[in-house]
Design a protein around this ligand. Structure first.
Ligand code: PHB
Length: 364
């Protein structure tokens, strides 16, 4: 049994995931910060940022592209070049030196990209040739999304192979595991949800077909990492990036059930809609479809996080904005100390300001 068997746990209880023990259940959520160096290589300030946050039971890195075509934004790190592997090695060494644990989030943004970010300035790829509403962030400013290239059947094995290569690169970079990003309107989510997947082959139509690419990716990545080292992130009703599903509860209950066939480290769920805050899906029902550890995310604080674990509605809770502003979040939670406020203006891009200069609690 890897999931919680008693209701006596809370955010501060260790959790055992296979042969990996996390010191607490306060997880640092994956957070895009757009501060990678040239070549999308992790650089000094990224090492310091993650080092400062090593008190998390587990850090999940910001989304890191599996391939050059997986890129969707300026200055997001990759895990497909030798220099990127070496940059991440410095991050994982720093986190491990502080006694922390870190997974990398494997990311392909699909249609949420722009030809100016793509190799050879080709169109971004997606399950179907459907343009997202809105604009891409590019090195030349905001540009309307384009109608993506619908991946052909013979191009799909190459995508799966890129995930496998990225998973191997993550091992070489010294990570403790990987999280497959299947949420928030990016490529794997574009396959899962029927608003963006209009395919008529084995990868579109019913949910078994729509989850086929994710399942193939999970199998290949587990072949690299083994049991209890691979997490999957889902966001059943997030509308971010112009995505929707006509039956989110049914779709994602089925995905959670299928993912129970694998010994995942965890299922990580962004609950509700990031854009509106609305929650219509029954996440306890979804969680009950999954036979493994459940990581809840989106808007939790100390009290609601503890309550979720005490009530056995979650095994771990991931915190995003609170970890941006509070490098020592677990200590602050443990002592019920006041929290720094996150500065939205410095979330994306820039330098150390709003990144590595949030202070630890200094007393007073
Ligand atoms: C963001 O850039 O705000 C962002 C990136 C990746 C996510 C979610 C949000 O999965």
């Amino acid at each position: 049994m890897t999931s919680v068997t008693s209701n006596k746990n809370n955010l501060f209880s260790p959790i055992v995931l296979g042969n990996l023990t996390l010191a607490n259940r306060i997880i640092m959520a994956p957070l895009t910060r757009n501060r990678a160096g040239d070549g999308n290589v992790p650089q000094d300030m990224n090492v310091e940022y993650y080092r400062q946050r090593a008190g998390a039971g587990l850090i999940i890195s910001e989304g890191s592209q599996i391939s050059a075509t997986g890129v969707g934004y300026p200055a997001t790190p990759g895990i497909h070049s030798q220099l990127q592997i070496e940059g991440w090695q410095r991050v994982t060494n720093a986190v491990h030196a502080e006694g922390g644990r870190i997974f990398i989030q494997l990311w392909h943004t699909g249609r949420i990209s722009h030809s100016s970010l793509q190799p050879g300035h080709k169109l971004p790829v997606a399950p179907s040739a459907l343009k997202a509403a809105g604009q891409a962030i590019t090195y030349e400013g905001m540009k309307d999304f384009e109608t993506p290239h619908a991946l052909t059947l013979d191009e799909l094995p190459g995508i799966v192979a890129d995930y496998a290569t990225a998973a191997k690169n993550a091992k070489a970079a010294g990570f403790d595991g990987v999280e497959i990003h299947a949420a928030n309107g990016y490529l794997l989510d574009q396959f899962l949800r029927d608003g963006t997947n209009r395919r008529e082959d084995d990868y579109g139509g019913d949910v078994t077909n729509r989850m086929r690419l994710l399942v193939e990716v999970v199998e290949e990545v587990i072949a690299v990492w083994g049991d209890h080292r691979v997490g999957v992130r889902l966001s059943p009703e997030n509308s971010f990036n112009d995505i929707s599903d006509s039956r989110p509860q049914q779709t994602f209950n089925a995905v959670a059930k299928k993912l129970s066939d694998y010994r995942l480290a965890y299922l990580h769920v962004l609950e509700g809609d990031m854009m509106t805050g609305e929650r219509h899906v029954d996440y306890v029902a979804l969680r009950n479809c999954f036979a493994g550890p459940y990581m809840a995310n989106n808007g939790y604080d100390l009290d609601s996080g503890n309550r979720a674990i005490e009530q056995n509605d979650a095994d771990m809770v991931a915190f995003g904005k609170l970890f941006i502003a509070n490098p020592d979040l677990p200590e602050r939670f443990a002592e019920n100390l006041p929290l720094n406020k996150p500065d939205h203006d410095t979330f994306y891009g820039g330098d150390e300001k709003g990144y590595t200069d949030y202070p630890k609690y200094a007393g007073g």
